[in-house]
Write a protein that binds this ligand. Structure first.
Ligand SMILES: [Mg+2]
Length: 263
């Protein structure tokens, strides 16, 4: 069995791992201090498409955690990086999404347009309308590529379990019979971008997350070692019933820090 001390790189999820319900997880500051002391490079990789990396870094810094925007990859920033590799400079996009998606796409020099577009890019948008779904479908039927930031079907908010971007992608897929290219976990692109940004050796990289069907499945598919924390959405019952398993399970990042430090 490989030991934790062999890892030189970390890809960590954010919500449910670093914070929960807008409260920092116990041991958050010490976790990042430990990574710096050990010179373990890390990237925070989140399916969150609505918030920019700078804002997420500000949140962590506000709690005293030493994380810079360069160390955060969102499904939106990864989408912008990916599109740069498959589309010509200045390509036209029809975008459904919020600032977290629009700013990284704009910064890459893409042009936003209603029609005659090269790609339709879809991330979560709290103000989604029928008109936007219609434009997306018409553009895809006219030959535009169909890209989704992430396929999370739902997410928890204070009101309960509410529709995620996967539900929006499903509506457009139903209307076009075209399946989207999805960037976020468990699809490989987000983790591949995170590995690339660190120049990481995959065998020396640990993936950390709280959700089996995104964080852990994405790691399993890329043959990366993974650790699950039980501080987020996954229960021990769900873990026991899962077809695929993480290599380690910890109550939270405090427990991981202790185990890693003493390994
Ligand atoms: Mg999470």
């Amino acid at each position: 069995m490989i030991s934790l001390k062999s890892f030189r790189y970390l890809i960590t999820d954010m919500d449910g791992v670093l914070w929960r319900s807008h409260e920092p997880m116990p041991g958050l500051v010490e976790f990042f201090q430990f990574l710096r002391q050990r010179d373990i490079q890390f990237v925070c990789a989140t399916n969150n498409a609505s918030t920019r990396a700078e804002k997420l870094a500000e949140r962590l810094q506000g709690w005293g955690a030493d994380v810079t925007p360069d160390e955060i990859v969102t499904s939106s920033s990864a989408t912008a990086d990916y599109l740069e590799t498959i589309l010509p400079a200045g390509a036209r996009l029809y975008v459904i999404g919020m600032e977290g998606l629009r700013v990284p796409l704009h910064n890459k020099g893409f042009e936003f347009a209603e029609d005659k577009v090269d790609a339709v890019v879809v991330g979560i948008d709290w103000n989604l309308t029928y008109n936007q779904l219609k434009h997306a479908a018409l553009n895809i039927r006219a030959g535009a590529k169909f890209i989704g930031t992430n396929s999370d079907r739902t997410f928890p908010n204070p009101e309960g379990i509410v529709p995620g971007n996967g539900a929006v992608l499903a509506a457009i897929e139903t209307a076009t019979d075209v399946r989207p290219i999805v960037i976020g976990k468990p699809e490989p692109v987000l983790y591949q971008m995170a590995l690339k940004s660190m120049n990481a050796v995959p065998e020396q990289t640990l993936v950390l997350g709280d959700r089996l069907e995104t964080d852990i499945l994405g790691a399993v598919r890329l043959n990366l070692k993974s650790a699950l924390v039980l501080s987020g959405v996954t229960t021990r019952e769900q873990l026991a019933a899962s077809d695929y398993q993480p290599d380690w399970v910890f109550e939270d990042i405090s427990a991981l820090t202790s185990a890693w430090a003493n390994d």
